[in-house]
Design a protein around this ligand. Structure first.
Ligand code: AMP
Length: 219
């Protein structure tokens, strides 16, 4: 019996740019230039593999419900979604950044409950509960850095790479919540049904990741 093609969910932007060289190294080529197309599903040179393009925060949803067999997603979005629904066999080591708390430069710790604005409300709630800190978590979808100066929040929980965005908005990083990089997640049922095909694909990408890491270690 022939199995259905494997569907891999990816995200446009930084993840796609950094994943493509790894896929190429694993012998996988897209038959079209994703950046120049408005299509959302693409064939590859492997008849058994298709690539779909979705928002990062939707990758876990597509993979959990099996519309995609596997996907590439930042650990931040994965932690926010909840990690139990998938296998997470591979850290690709790309799109690295840090998830941090941040506050206005030099600000004193607020007295009483701390108001925290974030896109990552589940992570923030968990983190501060573990710290035993009383917080009110406020959900924002973007421009978090404005929240303290506009009086909406005392602190934010956000992604930090160079730290320039924080600095430009009068904020400074406080505590590291997690080091972030992109991970491969796999649907649990697909891992059983398409075990041979997925294992081969994951092994190829795993080798490409190791080769890339060995290359950067010697530079
Ligand atoms: P930076 O100014 O270099 O610290 O970058 C911080 C901003 O860039 C954050 O607010 C994020 O929106 C975005 N960013 C940087 N790196 C990543 C990443 N790996 N994944 C998602 N967003 C990122």
């Amino acid at each position: 019996m022939q199995t259905q093609p494997i569907v891999m969910a990816l995200t446009k932007g930084r993840i796609l740019e950094e994943v493509m060289p790894l896929l190429e190294q694993a012998g996988i080529h897209l038959l079209e230039d994703v950046s120049k197309s408005r299509k959302l599903i693409f064939d590859t040179n492997l008849p058994g593999l298709r690539i779909m393009i979705v928002r990062g925060s939707d990758v876990p949803t597509y993979v959990e419900f099996g519309s995609a067999d596997l996907g590439v997603v930042g650990k931040d979005l994965l932690m926010e979604y909840g990690e139990g629904a998938f296998y997470e066999p591979l850290d690709l080591g790309i799109a690295r950044c840090r998830l941090m708390t941040a506050a206005p430069v030099g600000a004193r710790p607020p007295r009483g409950r701390v108001r925290v604005a974030s896109k990552f409300v589940n992570i923030a709630r968990r983190y501060f509960a573990e710290q035993g800190l009383q917080t009110d978590i406020i959900k924002l979808n973007g421009a978090l850095e404005l929240a303290p100066s506009m009086g909406l929040a005392d602190w934010i929980v956000d992604i930090v790479d160079s730290g320039n965005t924080l600095r430009a908005n009068g904020l400074e990083p406080l505590e590291l919540i997690a080091d972030i990089s992109s991970r491969i997640i796999v649907n649990k049922a697909a891992m059983k049904i398409k075990h041979a095909e997925l294992s081969e694909l994951l092994a190829g990408i795993g080798l490409a990741v190791s080769a890339r890491q060995a290359e950067t270690a010697t530079v």
